[in-house]
Design a protein around this ligand. Structure first.
Ligand code: MRU
Length: 352
């Protein structure tokens, strides 16, 4: 059984009075930590993508609420201040539902808190529990996804993934990358093709870094090479994470995921989404209702500060897309599996 050479990196570290975040903007070149001592610096870290990935921003925001509660502890208007901080955190990025999921859970908890010192303790316990549950959930869904893949045909085989869904994007371990880690450990994997993931390069800067440091067989490819790779036949599964899964099974994820799902269907390759149930948004009926974040044009016109496009060119930079449910073969969560998702099947697993 192959063994990873390093444990997955821990990129979110809670230290009671501060939140430490491994700055993902600087990887793989530099390992620098951001030290957040107030909620505003967590808002900034999420907005600027020092921390990114749907589960990771939910967890960081939860710790941000704890920092906000400490800041206003003992003050007469602590509830109003805390509410403002939660609203600021919730607005820091629009597409990943984990952010609002985490904040709403903490908001619900506050209803029963009568004084601010007590609230700090309760919020901190809840944030730590969310962080721990995310990692445990990742390990569980990784094994489930792996069981499903190994049962589906001959192995070992190659897989292809998009963006970064590893321990950098989560509380630890990873969603799609967690499934890939489990597959490797259980002898099911020959290699992982990692899409570079233009324009922010989560695939080349983060996924390739995470997998290489652990000794997993990663092959970096340009996004545009995915079709040619799938055509060769060695890839049996495309495995991705999600930022929001709606009640009908539509999946919002990093821009380029929809195209990959079409390619997978065309080439007879199965398409799997691995996500924590916190990413499932049963209150949103379908993917067309999701707000898709658009980011600044410099993500397209510059690389590492160097201009790669003519000055003044008009750009369009949506950073997520929606894969319709009918292109998804299976959604794997820590609560269970939905094959060929439909509203009815989603409701059966995620109602309540
Ligand atoms: O813009 P990012 O880097 O935050 O986008 C991340 C993704 O799209 C991931 O695929 C998704 O959050 C799943 S991570 C477990």
């Amino acid at each position: 059984m192959p063994e990873a050479t390093h444990a997955p990196v821990a990129a979110i570290v809670w230290e009671q009075t501060q939140l430490r975040l491994l700055d993902q903007r600087l990887l793989p070149g530099q390992e620098v930590w951001c030290h957040c001592q107030d909620a505003q610096s967590v808002v900034q870290a999420i907005r600027d993508m020092a921390v990114r990935g749907a589960p990771a921003i939910g967890i960081a925001a939860a710790y941000g609420v704890v920092l906000a509660a400490r800041q206003c502890q003992g003050q007469a208007d602590w509830r109003q201040q805390l509410e403002q901080a939660m609203n600021d955190l919730a607005a820091s990025r629009p597409t990943a539902v984990n952010l609002c999921w985490a904040i709403n859970r903490l908001r619900d908890l506050l209803v029963s808190q009568t004084e601010s010192a007590q609230a700090v303790v309760a919020l901190e316990e809840a944030a730590i529990a969310m962080h721990r549950d995310d990692e445990q959930g990742n390990r569980l869904m990784g094994e489930t996804a792996c069981d499903l893949m190994l049962a589906s045909g001959e192995y070992p085989f190659a897989v292809l993934t998009h963006c970064n869904t590893g321990s950098l994007a989560c509380g630890g371990y990873g969603t799609a990358l967690g499934a890939i880690r489990s597959l490797w450990r259980r002898g099911g994997l020959t290699r992982v093709y990692a899409d570079e993931t233009r324009p922010w390069l989560q695939g080349s800067r983060l996924t390739a870094w995470e997998l290489q440091r652990e000794g997993l067989p990663v092959v970096l490819n340009a996004d545009g090479a995915a079709a040619a790779i799938l055509r060769r036949g060695e890839v049996k599964w495309v495995i991705v994470g999600a930022d929001r899964i709606t009640a009908n099974g539509d999946v919002a994820n990093k821009i380029g995921t929809y195209g990959l799902a079409i390619l997978a269907r065309h080439h007879g390759v199965r398409f799997m989404v691995v996500a924590h149930s916190a990413t499932v948004d049963m209150a949103t009926a379908r993917g067309s209702e999701i707000v898709i974040e658009e980011r600044e044009d410099t993500e397209l016109t510059q690389v590492a500060g160097h201009s790669i496009a003519p000055a003044g060119v008009v750009t369009y930079n949506p950073v997520f897309d929606v894969t319709p449910a009918d292109l998804v073969d299976v959604i794997v969560t820590e609560k269970g599996v939905v094959r060929q998702p439909t509203c009815e099947k989603m409701l059966a697993l995620f109602a309540g």
